[in-house]
Structures are given as C-alpha cells and as structure tokens.
Design a protein around this ligand. Structure first.
Ligand code: SF4
Ligand code: SF4
Ligand code: SF4
Length: 400
C-alpha cells in the first residue's frame, strides 16, 4: 500500500514539476493564461490524496497533500492506476461527456481502442473507453471542458501536431464574395474533390447538432469523408452511408443553402475517432454551425495553439465600416472563433483569430461588415494546398 502511495506521490510530483516548466517556457501558455484572467488555481484529488497548483503570470507553485482555499477548478481522478499513467505522461486522449445543460461539471474519458461488435445492421466499430477524470469549475474563470487543454498538466502528453497531420481551411460562405465559373466558392471547391474522390461517406446526421438539439440548422447534414481510407469506415445504415457523386453534390448544396460553414482538410483525429488509419487519403469535410459545432468550440475554448491548425484562405479580407455599424452584435454572436468583439458600441475584427468564414458578413443587417477576395484564382491555390495534404483519388488506379 505504502509502496503504491510512494509511487503515486512521486509521479504526482513529477507532473507538477513538468507543468511548471511548461508554464515558464511556453509563450502560448502565457497567452492562454490571459484568457483565465492571468491566474488559475487547480485543486487535485487522486483517490484520497490531495494536491494543488497555482499558475500566475510570473509565478508557479504547487503542493502535494494539501488543499487550497478558493480553487477555480476541482479535478478528481478516482482510479490511482489511471492517475499514475496520466502523471507519467501517457497521452490519455481527450473525449469529454458534458451534460446538455452543462453547469461546470464534466467527465473526461480515455479511449483505449476499438472493437468490432455485431449489431442488427451488421458489424460496427465501437470505442472502448473508460472514465478517468471528473472536474468541476467553481467560478466562471473556467468556461468549458476544452479549457482543460490550455492547462500545462494536460499538455505534457500531447504530441505537437504537425501541419502534415492537421490542415484545415474554412471556405467562405458569403455569396457576395463572387463566383468562380458561375458557382459559389464552396460549391466549386467541393465539386473538385467530389469529382476526384474514390469513395464518399456521409453521416446520416450531425452528432454535434443532435447532441445540442440545434434549433437553427438542419440536423440531417453531418460530416462527409472522401478518399481510399474511407473504405475502412464501418458505418451502419442508421449512422451514415456511402453516396454517389451526385448525392454528395446535393448534400453540399443543402449545407450551403442552410448557411453552414464548410471546413475541409486533413484531420487525423477525425479519422482516428472513426477507428480508421489516415494514410493521407482521408479528406474530412465538416459543415459547421456557430451554435453547436465541436470544431468551433475547440477553437473558442481550446488552446490558442489550435489557431495553427486552421487557415484563412489567402487573399480573403474582412472589414467593418464603423459609419454603417449600428452595434447590434449579431456578427459577434455568430462568430465561432472569437474573431469579433464590440468596442464602444462598434464591432471590431481580431485579424489574428478571424478565419474568414464570412458568416458575420452574411448576418450583418446594414452591410457594415464586408468580405473580399483579392483574386478569384486563389480558389485554385486553395485546392492545390489541400491536395498537398490529402489525395482523394483511387490509389490503385494510379498504379495502372
Ligand atoms: S464536426 Fe461539424 S458536421 Fe461534424 S458532427 Fe460536428 S457540427 Fe456536425
Ligand atoms: S452585425 Fe453589422 S451592424 Fe451589427 S454589430 Fe456587427 S458589424 Fe455592426
Ligand atoms: S470574424 Fe468570425 S464570423 Fe467573421 S469571417 Fe472572421 S471568423 Fe468568420
């Protein structure tokens, strides 16, 4: 018993020290800390063992075996075995289950792998996951479970995502941006990939919109996946299906008409969550809404480092004409990336966060917000850039 306790204390201490090194060295963490108002206090309880950490702008401290007054977040790991693995730097993944009426309490699961299970509708892949952590925010500093990813203890096991593994771009939906060969830009981009794709799978419904009981957008438009790796997706009829090129184009048309923002790119995490290995032939297409989409939540609440994962199309610019702005705030409401804020009753754009999706310009009632692209041929450049990361063509046909 005492040997196990010593091992746990030693690993707990190691995690605390590593957290301090990240806090001191990481410029991105310094930015993340500002989002917590410049400091955050974490109370831990592992089995019966307490410990705390205080992150401040110029200071970091921790203590094992004690509780702190007025913590901002209480984190509990019930199973010391799992705590040990986490403290020793194992990447436990991050899958959380919050109630719909999330009031600051949530559980984090770790995904051990997948198993094939038989169902009435045929074999399907099922996750093997275990709860390893529960947390409770004790004030409004901590706003969402994804805030956890901003904290050093949860960044230790994370491997840096390289641009080769994750590359995504939001395609502007604004129809005033212009047309390319008489088609709105997102439609043109999708048409290119759908035409080339060896296989296309669509989800029968959008998990994010269904989970959040979305009232503003069509729940029946979910993610779309293209390329050879999608042959490995084991999806049952009630969850999704393989579609023809015509059906895929129609799906995209419905998404655009519904005001959903297309996100296209390589997302190895997305392939992994479906139990599929991404070998460079898996194009993820998400149709995001500002209200429910998990990608928007990750961008809003996750680490500022996430902004390296997505790009704005080169040549796209956003402007606000202050003389026309009536300060209604609609643009701030629809922006999922915290790219807008109100200053003295006028809307401002944070150019470092704005990803050029064009949603704000669509909803602006006075035309104060405008989106422009300097050269419509940038669309070709965008397609080529995505193709550097993902090849959706039939690879066996290329060998002939
Ligand atoms: S990622 Fe986008 S399309 Fe996919 S389930 Fe979430 S909101 Fe729906
Ligand atoms: S939606 Fe338009 S008018 Fe309203 S705050 Fe934003 S920029 Fe101003
Ligand atoms: S400010 Fe927000 S809503 Fe507007 S284009 Fe940029 S990311 Fe999209």
């Amino acid at each position: 018993m005492s040997e196990n306790k010593d091992e746990l204390i030693s690993a707990f201490t190691k995690m605390m020290k590593q957290s301090g090194r990240i806090a001191r060295r990481s410029p991105i963490f310094k930015k993340d800390l500002k989002d917590f108002g410049g400091s955050i206090k974490l109370q831990w309880k592992i089995g019966k063992l307490y410990g705390y950490q205080i992150f401040e702008e110029d200071n970091y401290s921790f203590k094992i075996g004690e509780q702190i007054e007025n913590p901002d977040l209480f984190i509990r790991i019930h199973n010391p075995e799992l705590a040990l693995r986490f403290f020793n730097g194992e990447d436990m993944g991050f899958s959380y289950a919050a109630r719909r009426d999330y009031k600051g309490k949530f559980k984090v699961q770790y995904v051990e792998g997948f198993k094939i299970v038989e169902s009435e509708k045929g074999p399907r892949k099922q996750r093997i996951s275990h709860r390893y952590l529960t947390a409770k925010a004790l004030n409004d500093k901590f706003k969402h479970p994804f805030n956890l990813m901003k904290l050093p203890p949860f960044q230790r096991g994370m491997k840096l995502i390289s641009k080769k593994e994750e590359y995504g771009v939001y395609v502007p939906i604004n129809k005033n941006l212009g047309t390319y060969e008489n088609k709105v830009i997102p439609y043109k981009v999708f048409e290119h990939f759908i035409e080339k794709a060896s296989n296309i799978v669509v989800q029968k419904y959008c998990g994010c919109r269904r989970f959040n009981a979305c009232e503003d957008h069509d729940e029946e438009i979910g993610c779309m996946y293209m390329g050879d790796d999608t042959y490995e997706i084991k999806i049952t009829e009630d969850k999704g299906r393989v579609v023809t090129k015509e059906e895929a184009l129609d799906y995209v048309r419905r998404a655009i008409d519904d005001g959903l923002i297309p996100l296209l790119g390589r997302a190895m995490g997305e392939a992994g969550s479906l139990g599929v290995e991404d070998t460079g032939h898996f194009l993820s297409c998400c149709f995001c809404c500002s209200c429910c989409c998990i990608n928007g939540k990750i961008m809003t609440y996750g680490p500022n480092a996430n902004f390296t994962m997505f790009s704005r199309i080169e040549g796209v610019s956003l402007k606000v004409d202050e003389n026309l702005c009536i300060g209604c705030g609609k643009c701030v409401e629809v922006c999922v990336f915290r790219g807008r804020e109100m200053v003295d009753g006028k809307a401002k754009i944070d150019q470092t966060r704005c990803l050029g999706c064009g949603r704000c310009a669509e909803v602006c009632p006075t035309g104060a917000t405008t989106i422009d692209i300097d050269d419509i041929n940038r669309v070709d450049a965008l397609i080529s850039k995505i193709e550097q990361f993902v090849d959706v063509r039939d690879q066996s046909a290329l060998l002939d």
